[in-house]
Design a protein around this ligand. Structure first.
Ligand code: S3P
Length: 423
């Protein structure tokens, strides 16, 4: 797709629907397997990653019925003894289902696309095998042999990852005694919030979480999915780097472990504010932003709270005054692409001076020039570099991967740029 600046744009934008949260969409489907009865999910994200989870849920015997905006899901009475689970591009699907199925007697083959096959699975293999499951390899495709007699264990993860933690929790809920989990830095806490809200004994104790096995199935639930801060960030950055724009987005998930990028933008001088309007299982609220002059910054802490937003933040850093640094972000190398390499390569292609660091990126703020960038098959790289089209003409090769998390992205971006056609 080729994007170039538009002259006549509305100056104030207001949205109450952008894209439902991807992490919560996956969890609201997978956690139904621990319940009894029919659960109701409102506003499930309809994207390729979530469809992968939905298809696997059905293949494993869950009953799914779509009723308008609501999706009804009932868990299977019995899981199959064997299944081939195609997770496509979705790491969350693979890691969370691996945790869930570790507690079932059966043989489950997990597979993914080329990107997911490259991503590390040893990080879930270690704890799940210590509990009694068996994984045939540290990369997909692998066969998981589940066990109905999982052991409760203590595990420390040197990587702050909600996918490892959630896989662990799902297995630990099916173990024979209490388990303990700790991580280097708290990762997103949706699983703990959601499951303990349903009555699971998951208790945060200092830096550890204590997980008691379920003594009976959890109750069914009704859950409405708010807008995804990891998608909303693209509209915010587009607004900040535009000329005299304002944007207000409501119904946004404002969980503190997900909005560190908003805090960074504020520290960079962005006119950006947010307010919680509903505090239930998850805090939800309104975000407001206005075009701003941005200053360079050094980012080195709470990285797991902004890991998915770093590609979009890099566009803001490229437009900021001064030299910015991102450190301690080596996890970027294990995402849908090696995001450190993808970001630097695309910034250079658009005339921005940038350098790969082993665990991060150095960016000299400047002016984008027109150019061609690659998506590297990575949805967040494609969307982030589409933002450069707010200021210049950009051609994105391989933008179809945007469907993985934010299918209507270009409908929103068109308020900031005009289209010149598909590539
Ligand atoms: C996710 C956790 C994060 C994030 C991913 C979604 C989740 O990955 O990058 O997009 O839903 O649990 P890690 O937990 O591997 O850091």
């Amino acid at each position: 797709m080729i994007l170039c600046p538009k002259i006549d744009v509305p100056k104030q934008l207001e949205f109450d629907w952008v894209a439902p949260d991807k992490s919560l969409s996956h969890r609201s489907l997978i956690f139904a397997f621990l319940t009894q009865g029919v659960s109701e999910i409102e506003n499930l994200l309809d994207s390729q990653d979530v469809r992968s989870t939905l298809e696997i849920a059905q293949l494993l015997g869950a009953k799914i019925e779509q009723r308008g905006e609501r999706l009804l899901i009932s868990p299977p009475h019995k899981l199959p003894a064997q299944a081939y689970l195609q997770c496509n591009n979705s790491g969350t699907t693979m890691r969370l289902f691996a945790g869930l199925l570790s507690g079932s007697r059966g043989s489950f083959t997990f597979d993914g696309d080329m990107s997911l096959r490259r991503r590390p699975m040893q990080r879930i293999r270690d704890p799940l095998e210590q509990m009694g499951a068996l994984l045939s390899s540290s990369n997909a495709p692998f066969v998981l042999e589940g066990s109905e007699t999982l052991r409760g264990i203590c595990f420390h993860s040197s990587i702050a990852s909600a996918q490892i933690k959630s896989a662990f929790i799902l297995a630990a809920l099916q173990a024979n005694c209490e388990s303990r989990y700790s991580e280097e830095e708290l990762s997103r806490d949706h699983s703990e919030r959601f499951l303990s809200h349903l009555g699971a004994q998951i208790i945060q104790h200092d830096k550890e979480i204590l997980i008691s096995p379920l003594s009976h199935p959890l109750p069914s639930y009704h859950f409405k999915i708010p807008n995804d801060p990891s998608s909303v960030i693209y509209l915010i950055v587009a607004c900040l780097i535009s000329h005299q724009m304002e944007i207000r987005i409501s119904e946004v998930l404002l969980n503190p472990t997900r909005i560190q990028a908003f805090e960074i933008l504020k520290q960079m001088g962005a006119y950006l504010s947010y307010e919680i309007t509903l505090d239930g299982v998850e805090p939800i609220g309104v975000v407001y932003a206005r075009s701003s002059e941005l200053q360079a910054i050094e980012i080195s802490s709470s990285i797991s709270w902004l890991i998915d937003e770093i590609p979009a933040l890099c566009i803001a850093l490229a437009c900021a005054k001064g030299v910015s640094y991102i450190y301690n972000a080596q996890e970027l190398r294990f995402k849908e692409s090696d995001r450190i390499a993808s970001i630097v390569s695309n910034l250079l292609a658009l005339g921005i001076e940038a350098e790969e660091l082993e665990d991060g990126i150095k960016i000299h703020g400047g002016e984008f020039c027109d150019g061609v960038v690659q998506s590297f098959g990575d949805h967040r790289i494609a969307m982030s570099f589409a933002l450069a089209g707010v200021r210049n003409q950009v051609e994105i090769v391989g933008s179809e991967c945007i469907d993985i998390s934010f299918p209507r992205f270009f409908d929103f971006l068109k308020f900031f740029v005009s289209y010149k056609g598909w590539k």
